[in-house]
Design a protein around this ligand. Structure first.
Ligand code: GUN
Ligand code: ZN
Length: 428
């Protein structure tokens, strides 16, 4: 039995701080501890009590560093790692000019492997311990992602991105091959160690009705799998979808009429939703993923966090690398705060932190498994230095409570703030 006690300043949540008062939702212990037994959290509480009860546990003392569940990035494109921060385009031109040429390189399995390794190293150095990623249309890109995640012992989710139209010839599959390759990958990887396969039509414009239906059929055969796609990201995109699917009521309906709407559906962006779409998403209990650095970078619009959370939607937070401009969930929280401010709603630091951990985990159907500093959860943990740069340190020095101490790191922090990362209880 591997038994370790990690102590520091602990931050965890027992409830959603959007739904219940902060004092009830968040638990902060300036001298707290996490007892980890065989990769899972076995106990939390005051450090000294845990030490006295478990003198045999290996001790790691993180001092005044903040101990938290690792970040969960609910929507990322690992193949876009090498083209992040490409200048000056809106969504459709950005895809055609930057994204598709880069994704074509994944026809080479060695390139896919190299980028997957690079991506995981970057994600972990930024404190992201789990993610849900799109791959490319190439099955080898999924192999590369899962192989690298498995080697690192991570809980990770991904799927082959399916496209059979409105994309370059070299990036097109067919309805049948999308179904066949997705099914083969699903059967090979879903549930292996900590890995999950996600059925992944890229978005309605790049899938024919036949392909959407084929993937809807695959989902019906494997309803425990997540299905991820993009929804209502940009106004030009929505106009394009309306032209391509004249029979559909709206963008969401292009998915629903092909069997691609459900509680295990994870819809990225969801910015320009109609009232009908919001009501329908809410009715089926689907998850929405806010990608704020992407939404500002590509110029997509302002996600209605207050309205959607207030109405009870399940919402996660994500980088959307490389449409997003950062690998950092800290930077992503900062952008979520800024987008909230532009929409007239200042998100509390606790709400931002919850979104980046528990909220994203819940959006991926992994509530209580990851993203939580709670008994029974997998011990994917991070230690945060709340004074990682001189600018942050001088602001945090006058903080009067944990939230004031944390907010400068949320707004100005990056990978320098990540002082420790544990995957399944193993420090990396
Ligand atoms: N919509 C379809 N594909 C993509 C993508 O790769 N990134 C973003 N941000 N939006 C998309
Ligand atoms: Zn995306």
């Amino acid at each position: 039995m591997d038994k370790q006690l990690i102590v520091g300043q602990t931050l965890g949540f027992s409830a959603d701080p959007f739904a219940v008062p902060l004092a009830e939702a968040a638990q902060v212990d300036t001298r707290g501890g996490v007892l980890v037994v065989d990769g899972r959290i076995a106990q939390t509480g005051p450090a000294e009590d845990l030490r006295a009860a478990h003198p045999d546990a290996t001790l790691t003392d993180c001092g005044d560093k903040l101990l938290s569940a690792g970040f969960v990035d609910a929507h990322v494109h690992f193949p876009q790692t090498a083209m992040i921060a490409s200048w000056g385009k809106r969504l459709i031109d950005w895809l055609n000019d930057y994204t598709f040429p880069e994704e074509m390189k994944f026809a080479d399995p060695a390139y896919a492997q190299a980028i997957a390794a690079r991506y995981f190293d970057l994600a972990l150095s930024h404190g992201t311990t789990s993610m849900c990623s799109y791959a490319t249309i190439h099955p080898a890109s999924v192999e590369a992602f899962f192989t690298e995640a498995r080697q690192r012992g991570m809980r990770a989710l991904a799927g082959k991105t399916c496209m059979d139209c409105n994309a370059p010839e070299a990036l097109r599959d067919t309805a049948q091959s999308a179904y066949d390759h997705s099914r083969t990958l699903l059967e090979r990887w879903h549930g292996v160690d900590r890995l999950s396969y996600v059925i992944t039509p890229r978005f309605s414009p790049t899938s024919s009705p036949e392909q959407l239906s084929a993937l809807g059929a695959l989902w019906a055969e494997h309803p425990d799998c997540l299905m991820q796609t993009h929804l209502s990201e940009q106004v030009e995109e929505i106009a394009w979808v309306n032209g391509l699917f004249p029979q559909a009521m709206d963008y969401l309906d292009t998915y629903e009429r092909h069997g691609l709407l459900g509680a295990n559906g994870v819809y990225g962006h969801a910015i320009h939703l109609t009232d009908r779409e919001k009501a329908r998403l809410q009715e089926v209990g689907a998850a929405l993923v806010h990608c704020p650095t992407s939404n500002t970078f590509i110029g997509s619009g302002l996600f209605d966090m207050a309205g959607l959370k207030g109405a009870g939607h399940r919402v996660g937070l994500a980088t959307d690398t490389g449409g997003g401009s950062s690998f950092s969930m800290l930077r992503t929280m900062a952008a979520a705060y800024e987008v909230g401010q532009l929409a007239g709603n200042a998100l509390h630091p606790a709400q931002l932190w919850w979104l980046a951990t528990e909220g994203s985990a819940a959006a991926l159907g992994l509530s209580g498994t990851i993203g939580a500093l709670r008994v029974g959860a997998e011990a994917d943990l991070i230690a945060i230095d709340l004074a990682s740069t001189p600018a942050i340190a001088q602001r945090a020095a006058t903080a009067e409570n944990i939230w004031e101490a944390l907010f400068p790191t949320i707004m100005m922090g990056d990978d320098r703030a990540i002082a420790g990362v544990w995957i399944g209880g193993t420090r990396i």
